[in-house]
Write a protein of this length. Sequence first.
Length: 236
Amino acid sequence: MFTCYTNAQEITGKVEDSLHNPLRDIKVMNTRTKMVTFSNSNGVFMIPAQKKDTLLFTSMFFEDKTRFILRSDFKHFMIVSLQDKVNVLEAVEVTDTLIVQDFDDELYTANLQMQLKNDIKNHPEYYMTKNSNGLDILKAGQLTVDLFTKQKKEENPFLSYDDLTTLYENENYFSSELVTKQIGIPSDKVYLFFTYCGHRHLAKSLLEEKNQFLFLDYLFKAKEEFMDRLNDNKQD
């Protein structure tokens, strides 16, 4: 053990995506020593290494990347950019002509709203606020919009991991009961699901009150893709 780390120094760096957003929980391994660490919420990591060591960066949702350690890396802050994994679909033979009708967003929203009202009627416990004995889904939707209006800056137009986490931890509407019991995300995978959604480049405009039902519908669809990805990784 002493021989292995006598000449080791600390490498400090940051992992980010293609839009320069910090990536958390990225696995960083020194392939020589097999030491492992993970990036924090700001994307920052630290790991012992020596010159000519190789660092391997891995994640479920990003392409693997290796970084060969140079002498200069011990003097400067290392920046590592990861690329989203691209799902390659198998070729499909088309035998019939498909006519795609124009998308009617008003009809879609009306149908989705009706489905949600029926679900509220059948499962009111998923939509109740902590300080109310009745339903307050519309008020909660307004609170969601107000929350992000107050935080207006020159911000990324896409919904991020931090946006979802803040909404989840501070709003009664987007509660653990809704996420785990209604949408169906396992309780120990909630934050991993937020990481998945945060890197799907989902427009923040879905948080507007007029789009709240589309936002919930997206989460249901994203959950199916997320669980399929988890199952694929278990099989691999």
